[in-house]
Design a binder for this molecule. Structure first.
Ligand code: GDP
Length: 214
C-alpha cells in the first residue's frame, strides 16, 4: 500500500478533459477547509518519495497539492500514484458565503465528473469530525448514495480534543452515522484520520489498496 511515487499529471476544467488511460482513481471531496490538502499531503509524504511533474523544470515539493491547487478551486487535479492509479482532487464545496448559483456551479461541474468516470473506484468523502454533522455533507453523501457511487467516509481532524466550542469527535462521528444510516441499507465504510498525528493514514492506504484489487 506504500506510495513510492506521486506525480501531478494535469488540471482539467471539464470532466471530458480528464486523463483517459484507464487507470483506477479515487476522488477526494469535502467542504473547503475540511483538511483535504493536508490529508493528501499526509498520504503521499514519505522520506524517499519522488514528487515530479510532467512539465519539465517543475519539481513538486511536499506541499505540492497546496501549491498546485491554490486558486484552482474549479479544477479537477489528477495525481498519478506509483505510476498505476490516481488520486483526484476535486473542488471543495460549501463555501459558507457562496451564493446559490456558485453552489449550483459546483454541483453541475462535479456531478459531470462523477457521471463520466468509469474508472472511479470510490469517492473519499471528507467529513470534519471536530464539528457536529453538517447538512451539506449529508446532502452530498445522500446524492452519491442515490447515484450508486461507492464512497468511504474519511473523518478528518480527529485529533481535536473536546472543549471550547467543539464537541467531541467520537460523538460527532456517531451522530453522522445515525443521520446517514437512514439512507443506506449498508452504511459506507469509514476511517478516522488526523493529518496532525498521522492517525488513519496506513489504514486509508490499505483500504484504497483493497478496493483497487477487488
Ligand atoms: P482544504 O481547504 O480542505 O485543503 O484544507 P487544508 O488542508 O488547507 O486545512 C484547513 C485547515 O485545517 C488548516 O488550518 C489545517 O492546518 C487544519 N487541519 C487540516 N487537517 C487537520 C487535522 O487533521 N487536525 C487538525 N487539528 N487540523 C487540521
Amino acid at each position: 500500500a506504500r506510495i513510492k511515487q506521486a506525480e501531478f499529471v494535469k488540471s482539467s476544467s471539464r470532466a471530458k478533459d480528464c486523463p483517459k488511460d484507464g487507470k483506477p482513481e479515487f476522488a477526494i471531496i469535502g467542504r473547503s477547509n475540511i483538511g483535504k490538502s493536508s490529508l493528501i499531503n499526509t498520504l503521499v509524504r514519505q522520506k524517499d518519495i519522488a514528487l515530479t511533474s510532467k512539465k519539465p523544470g517543475i519539481l513538486i515539493c511536499c506541499d505540492f497539492v497546496c501549491s498546485w491547487t491554490a486558486g484552482k478551486t474549479q479544477l479537477i487535479n489528477h495525481f498519478l500514484i506509483n505510476r498505476s492509479w490516481y488520486i483526484v482532487d476535486l473542488p471543495g464545496y460549501g463555501f459558507a458565503h457562496a451564493s446559490e448559483s456558485a453552489r449550483m456551479d459546483w454541483s453541475s461541474f462535479t456531478k459531470g465528473y462523477f457521471q463520466n468516470r468509469e474508472m472511479l473506484v470510490a469517492v473519499l468523502l471528507l467529513v470534519d469530525a471536530s464539528v457536529p454533522p453538517q447538512k451539506i455533507d449529508l446532502d452530498c453523501a445522500n446524492w452519491l448514495g442515490r447515484n450508486n457511487i461507492g464512497m468511504t467516509f474519511v473523518f478528518t481532524k480527529c485529533d481535536k480534543a473536546k472543549g471550547g466550542k467543539g464537541s467531541r469527535p467520537s460523538d460527532n462521528i456517531q451522530q453522522f452515522h445515525e443521520l446517514i444510516r437512514t439512507c443506506y441499507r449498508e452504511p459506507p465504510p469509514w476511517i478516522t484520520t488526523s493529518s496532525v498525528t498521522g492517525m488513519g493514514r496506513d489504514e486509508l492506504l490499505m483500504h484504497m489498496s483493497q478496493l483497487r484489487n477487488y
